[in-house]
Ligand binder design. Structure first.
Ligand code: ADP
Ligand code: ASP
Ligand code: MG
Length: 817
C-alpha cells in the first residue's frame, strides 16, 4: 500500500491533473495498491479564508465566490466527458450553494468563529477531491471521493486540531476494508471532532493527512507530490542555486520544515517516524525525478549541513529582570501561560546570566502574547522585579539544519562569518541541544540575502556569485568589463566564481539589472538607460537590492566617487578601486577609510593605485605582515614619465613625445597630472602610509619637471604650446645626460618617513638605468633584503594592465576565497 498526496499545484490546472492521471495509471499498471490524498486547488484555501474574513466585516464580494466556482467548473468542462459533466457540476453547485449560505450567514451575523472558518475552508478540499475522483474514475476507473472529516477524529482546536490517533487509525482501516477494490481519493487537511463538526489540521495539513493514512495502513511509503524536485537545500524561490537532496532523516526534515521549508508540513513526520514509513517528496511535473526520501537515518553528504530554511513575520519578546528570572518556577509559568493560549514559541534563548529570556513568536500573535505576559506578571512588573516587556518586530529567522553538524568543527563559524561579511545583524541565536540546527533571528529585510550568502558559504561546490557594481566605463572601466566577458567561463570552470554585473554607471547614466547586465552588450544597455547618473542613488539602490557578496568597483579618476566609500563600507560592501584619490587625500580620511573597512570586516583593495597591475601594495603588505622592516623604498612609478624620457631621443621635441604618450593612453587626461609629479607623489604617499607613516601631500618634496609657464597654462592645448616654447629647457637636460652617458630618470625615495621625488641622471651601474618603455620599477631595501633589495619591475601603466589589476583584486576579495 502506498499513499500518494497531491498538493494544490498538482490539482490546480488541467495539465497538472493530466499528470496526476498518468502517475496513477503507472501505479495501477504495476498493480500497486494506492490511496490518494488531495489538497484544495492552489490559492483556494486563501480565497476561502479571505471570503470568510471579509464576510464577517460585512464586505463579502460575490466576485470571489464566482471565481471559486469558475475555477472548478472550468476543470470539469475540460477534463470530464460531456455526457458525464452534469452530475459533477450539480454536486459542485450544491457545495457552492452551501458555501454561499454560510458566507451570507457570517455576513449577517458579522461574526466568524474558528469553527465556522474551518467549515468554510473545508470546501476547498471537498470540491477538489470531488472533481479529481471523477476524472480518475473516468480515466482509471473505480475511483470515489472520501471526506476525511468522517474518519480523522480530532479535539476542538479549530484551525489547528490535534488528532486522536488510535480511533482515527481504526476508522481509516474500516474505510479501506469497506472499499477494497476502489481507488479512494481523500480530502487532505480537513478532519472532524467528536460532535461531527469540521476541523482542520493547520495550513499545509494535507501532508499530515497522508501520513495518518500511511500510519493507519502501515503503508510501504507515503509520497508527497508537489511542484518542486523534492526537498531542496533551500527554498528555490529565494535561492536560485538550491538543489535537491537525495535523502533526509525525519529529524532533519522536521527541523527544516519547522523553520519554514513549506514543501512538507512538520507534523507529517510524526506518524511516519513511529512506524519508520519512508516519505518521498516527488515532482508532479517531473515524475521521473527520484525526489527526496525521508527516512530514519541521516545519510552523510559532502557538506556539514543538509539545508537552510527561513521564516518571515517573526517578532521577539524580551522578558528581563534581575529579580525573577532564573528563580524556580518562573519559566514554567511563562511557558505554560503561552501554551494555554495556544501561542506557538518558535525559538527561545536565555542569557547565561539568566536575567533575560527572549522568545521568538509569530508576528500575528505577538500583541496577544505581550498582553498575556503583562497581565500574568502585573505584580512583578509593578515591584520592578521584571522590566517592562519589550517587543521587536520586522524580524525573520534563518536556520541551518543537519545531523552531521555536530561532528563538524567550524559550522557556526562559517555561518556567522557569512552573515557578518554581509552586514547582517544577528538579533538572537538558538542552537538546539541536539545540535541538529542553529537558528538565528535577523531583520526581515535581510532574510533573502542571508539565505543566499549562507548557501554560498556551505555548498561550496556551487559557483560563488559575486555581485559587481561598477562605476566608470572609460578606458580602464571598459577594458575591465571586456576582460570579465573574456574570463567569465574560465572563472566559472576553474575558480567556481560567477561574476554578475548588477549596477553600472558612467558620468551621464546608470542602470541596474538584478539578473546581471550582459558583459557584451553593456554599452548599448547603458546608452538606452533612462536613469540619469547619480552616485547617491546608485549607492542607495545598491543597498536596497541587498544582495550578498557585493563589490563596488571604482574605475574612475573622479574625486567625487571616493567620498562615498565610507558609506559603501557601512553597507558591508567591499570596494576595489584604481582611483588613487581616496588614499592620497588627507591622512585622516585615508585612516578613516581603512578603519571603517576593518570595522565592517570587508575588503578595500587598491593594488592598481601604485604601479597599475604590478604587485606592489601586496608585496609591501606581505613584507610587513611577515615581520620584515622596510628601510628604504626607491621607485620609478610614473609609467608616463618613464615612457616620455625613454622616447625623448633624436629629433622629436619634448612636446611631441608627450603628445605621443597621451595618444597611446599612457597619460592622465591632462598630462600635467603626470608631469607635475602629482600622480607620482600620490603613489609615494600611499606607499608611505601603507608603510605606517602619517604623511601628507605637503610633506613630499617634489622636484617638478615642468617649467612654470607650462604648469600655469589654462587648458591642455595651451599647455602643449607652452611646452613647445620651453623645448630648450628639456634639450639641455637631454644633452647633459648624453654627454655624461647617463639616462634621465624621475625617482621617488621613501626613507625614514620622508618622501622626495626628483629628476636624476643615472649611469649604467644604477639598477634603474635599463628601464624601458613605460615600465615601473620599485626596489625595497628591508632588514631581510638588505644586501640585494627586492625589486619589482614591469609595465606600470596602460588600460590593459590596470584593468587586469582591478580584476585580480576583484577575485581576491576574501569573501569568495
Ligand atoms: P503543495 O501545494 O504541493 O503542498 P507547497 O506550496 O505547500 O506545495 O510546497 C511546495 C513549495 O515549498 C515549493 O514550491 C517551494 O517554493 C517551497 N519550499 C520552501 N522551502 C523549500 C525547500 N527547502 N525545498 C523545496 N521546496 C521548498
Ligand atoms: N489546502 C490547505 C492549505 O492550503 C492544505 C494543504 O494545501 O496542504 O493550507
Ligand atoms: Mg503543502
Amino acid at each position: 500500500m502506498k499513499i500518494l498526496k497531491f498538493g494544490g499545484s498538482s490539482v490546480g490546472t488541467v495539465d497538472s491533473i493530466r499528470s496526476v492521471v498518468e502517475i496513477v495509471k503507472k501505479e495501477k499498471q504495476q498493480n500497486h495498491q494506492i490511496i490518494l490524498v488531495a489538497s484544495a486547488i492552489s490559492g483556494m484555501t486563501n480565497l476561502l479564508t479571505k471570503m470568510s474574513e471579509e464576510a464577517s466585516l460585512g464586505k463579502f464580494n460575490e466576485k470571489d465566490l464566482e471565481n471559486f466556482q469558475h475555477t472548478h467548473f472550468e476543470i470539469v468542462k475540460t477534463l470530464i466527458e460531456i455526457a458525464d459533466q452534469n452530475p459533477t457540476l450539480t454536486k459542485l453547485k450544491l457545495l457552492m450553494n452551501e458555501l454561499e449560505d454560510l458566507l451570507q450567514g457570517v455576513e449577517i451575523l458579522k461574526e466568524l468563529s474558528l469553527q465556522t472558518k474551518d467549515l468554510i475552508v473545508s470546501f476547498g478540499e471537498r470540491c477538489s477531491v470531488l472533481l479529481l475522483a471523477k476524472v480518475l474514475d473516468q480515466e482509471v476507473g473505480n475511483a470515489i471521493s472520501v471526506n476525511a472529516s468522517d474518519y480523522i477524529l480530532t479535539d476542538n482546536h479549530f484551525g489547528h486540531a490535534n488528532v486522536y490517533e488510535e480511533i482515527t487509525y481504526h476508522n481509516i482501516q474500516q474505510l479501506v476494508q469497506l472499499h477494497q477494490n476502489k481507488l479512494l481519493v481523500v480530502t487532505g487537511f480537513i478532519a472532524g471532532n467528536t460532535e461531527g463538526r469540521v476541523t482542520t489540521l493547520g495550513r499545509g495539513g494535507s501532508d499530515y493527512t497522508a501520513a495518518l493514512f500511511g500510519a493507519a495502513l502501515n503503508a510501504e511509503e507515503v509520497e508527497i507530490w508537489t511542484d518542486v524536485n523534492g526537498m531542496m537545500t533551500a527554498d528555490p524561490r529565494l535561492v536560485k542555486k538550491a538543489f535537491s537532496l537525495d535523502s533526509l532523516s525525519y529529524t532533519e526534515a522536521m527541523e527544516l520544515s519547522y523553520f519554514g521549508a513549506k514543501v512538507i508540513y512538520p507534523p507529517t513526520m510524526s506518524p511516519a517516524f513511529k512506524l519508520k514509513i519512508p516519505i518521498v517528496i516527488k515532482n508532479t511535473f517531473q515524475p521521473d525525478f527520484k525526489g527526496t526520501r525521508i527516512q530514519f537515518h541521516s545519510e552523510p553528504t559532502a557538506y556539514p549541513i543538509k539545508g537552510i530554511s527561513s521564516i518571515n513575520n517573526v517578532a521577539l519578546i524580551n522578558v528581563k529582570g534581575s529579580g525573577l528570572i532564573g528563580k524556580l518556577g518562573f519559566s514554567g509559568r511563562l511557558f505554560s501561560l503561552l501554551a494555554q493560549h495556544q501561542i506557538n514559541i518558535i525559538l527561545i534563548t536565555q542569557s547565561s546570566s539568566e536575567h533575560s529570556i527572549t522568545l521568538a513568536i509569530h508576528l500575528d500573535e505577538i500583541e496577544k502574547a505581550k498582553k498575556l505576559i503583562e497581565e500574568e506578571f502585573v505584580l512583578e512588573i509593578k515591584a520592578k522585579w521584571l522590566e517592562p516587556i519589550e517587543v521587536e518586530e520586522n524580524l525573520g529567522i534563518i536556520a541551518i539544519v543537519g545531523e552531521n553538524m555536530k561532528q563538524t568543527i567550524g559550522v557556526s563559524g562559517k555561518l556567522f562569518y557569512a552573515l557578518g561579511r554581509n552586514g547582517i545583524n544577528v538579533r538572537a541565536i538558538a542552537q538546539g541541544s541536539s545540535e541538529y540546527n542553529i537558528s538565528v533571528v535577523i531583520n526581515e529585510k535581510d532574510v533573502s540575502k542571508a539565505l543566499n550568502a549562507v548557501h554560498d558559504a556551505f555548498f561550496n561546490h556551487l559557483k560563488k556569485t559575486i555581485h559587481v557594481f561598477n562605476v566608470g566605463v572609460g578606458n580602464i572601466g571598459s577594458t575591465f568589463l571586456n576582460q570579465l566577458e573574456k574570463q567569465k567561463d574560465f572563472l566559472a570552470n576553474n575558480n567556481d566564481i560567477e561574476i554578475k554585473l548588477i549596477g553600472l554607471s558612467n558620468s551621464k547614466k546608470m542602470m541596474f539589472n538584478e539578473n546581471g547586465i550582459s558583459f557584451s552588450d553593456w554599452k548599448n544597455a547603458l546608452d538606452d538607460s533612462k536613469i540619469d547618473a547619480n552616485l547617491d542613488q546608485f549607492i542607495e539602490q545598491m543597498k536596497q537590492l541587498n544582495l550578498p557578496n557585493c563589490v563596488f568597483v571604482d574605475n574612475t579618476a573622479s574625486a567625487e566617487v571616493p567620498k562615498y566609500y565610507k558609506r559603501i563600507f557601512e553597507h558591508n560592501i567591499s570596494v576595489v578601486t584604481c582611483n588613487k584619490i581616496a588614499n592620497s587625500s588627507s591622512y585622516e580620511s585615508y585612516k578613516e577609510l581603512k578603519n571603517t573597512a576593518r570595522k565592517y570586516g570587508i575588503d578595500f583593495l587598491y593594488e592598481t593605485n601604485v604601479g597599475a597591475g604590478l604587485p606592489i601594495i601586496s608585496v609591501l603588505k606581505d613584507l610587513r605582515m611577515s615581520g620584515d622592516e622596510i628601510l628604504k623604498v626607491e621607485a620609478i612609478l610614473s609609467g608616463t614619465i618613464s615612457y616620455i624620457f625613454n622616447h625623448f631621443k633624436g629629433e622629436k621635441t619634448f612636446a611631441e613625445v608627450v603628445k605621443e604618450a597621451q595618444e597611446l593612453g599612457y597619460t592622465e587626461p591632462d598630462p600635467r597630472d603626470d608631469l607635475s609629479g602629482i600622480d607620482f607623489m600620490r603613489k609615494m604617499l600611499i606607499l608611505a602610509r601603507d608603510n605606517g607613516y602619517q604623511v601628507e601631500a605637503e610633506d613630499v618634496i617634489i622636484d617638478t619637471i615642468l617649467p612654470k609657464s607650462c604648469l600655469e597654462a589654462k587648458s591642455v592645448s595651451d599647455f602643449y604650446q607652452a611646452l613647445e616654447l620651453e623645448n630648450d629647457f628639456f634639450e639641455k637636460i637631454k644633452k647633459q645626460a648624453e654627454s655624461e652617458q647617463k639616462v634621465i630618470r624621475y625617482i621617488g625615495v621613501l626613507e625614514n618617513g620622508k618622501i622626495t621625488i626628483s629628476l636624476e641622471l643615472v649611469d649604467a651601474q644604477h639598477p634603474f638605468y635599463s628601464l624601458s618603455g613605460s615600465d615601473n620599477i620599485i626596489s625595497f631595501t628591508t632588514e631581510r633584503y638588505k644586501e640585494r633589495p627586492l625589486v619589482v619591475k614591469g609595465p606600470g601603466a596602460g588600460a590593459e594592465v590596470t584593468a587586469a589589476g582591478v580584476f585580480a583584486d576583484l577575485v581576491n576579495i576574501s569573501s569568495i576565497r
